[in-house]
Ligand binder design. Sequence first.
Ligand SMILES: *Cc1c(COP(=O)(O)O)cnc(C)c1O
Length: 361
Amino acid sequence: MENRIYNFNAGPAALPLSVLEEIKDSFLNYAGSGMSVTEISHRSKWFDDIINDAIERIERLLNLDEDFHVLFIQGGASMQFCMIPMNFLKKGSIADYVNTGTWSTKAIKEAVILDKKVNIAASSEDKDFTYIPRNIQFSPNSVYVHITSNNTIKGTQWASFPDTGGVPLIADMSSDIMSRPLDTNKFRLIYAGAQKNIGPAGVCMVIIHDDMLELVQDNLPTMLDYTTYSSKNSMYNTPPCFAIYTIQLVMKWLEEEVGGLGKMEKINHKKAELLYSFIDSSDFYKGTAEQGSRSLMNVTFRLPNEDLEKRFVDQALENGMDGLKGHRSVGGCRASIYNATTIEAVKALTDFMKTFEKKNG
Ligand SMILES: *Cc1c(COP(=O)(O)O)cnc(C)c1O
């Protein structure tokens, strides 16, 4: 489509073009209702169908058992950082956290603010979060283990998940949910801010197992209590309707156009392989994450100096590629290549990188 550029933003990020087109079509008149999808009541049959279809598609894509519940909660992934310890840790009980970067650090910070007991079971801070820790000893008496499956800022990702010895595993999957098939039975709670890989900003998807709902503490503020959402199909109050509608369409795209998470994973591997193999073949660009810990979603790299990095980002934009600046806290460059970023976009980026290297290397 004309004047659309290649979007490598980390979040909010690229959405599938067919999803945007369907939104455009339903924006003034949704399903013959004579109203915009943003104008219909959340108590209407139309919206009921939207949220239920979104949930059913998520259940199918992730092969979820009946003991899991799909919830939609506002406040972003960041609010889950406080809801998790608030709901599951009573006074004196302890949780294990693995610290693999900025978002894990923030999750830990919220538990500490609430005066909960936190054990840092492992951390990769010693090497500036450039790797995923292995062979971790978890404390057998902790209530849960918290990990960040993909570290959006540092560009690392868990290739496989740790054995917690029966302690419930909780994962922040904001930046790699639905990017690959997932053995969901390994987890007891998964959450993901929508704006990376599954929709627009404004909602966080939470997949929670019955075992965790049983642990929810008494006397929590209503809106911070998971059971408020699980007992009312995420509609105790007005949900973020438009964000949920967009998630429904992205799930439909994943099922019907992509053909499921197995296919999605193959495409994602291809994109990451294109970029990493080019970076590895060049002396000009240097990947920042350790080889065995590299993210398939956020490819982080440096150029020989900051001046070149700035020129790289500026000239990429002039060539129709946006979002290549690294997170403001770490600098460097980052290409976020989520599900909706096409192979064509990644090819255009590697071509541009080659040309830029020839001129400046
Ligand atoms: C972006 C991100 C967050 C924060 O998400 P918000 O929805 O902005 O609160 C948390 N965790 C990870 C892994 C992220 O990528």
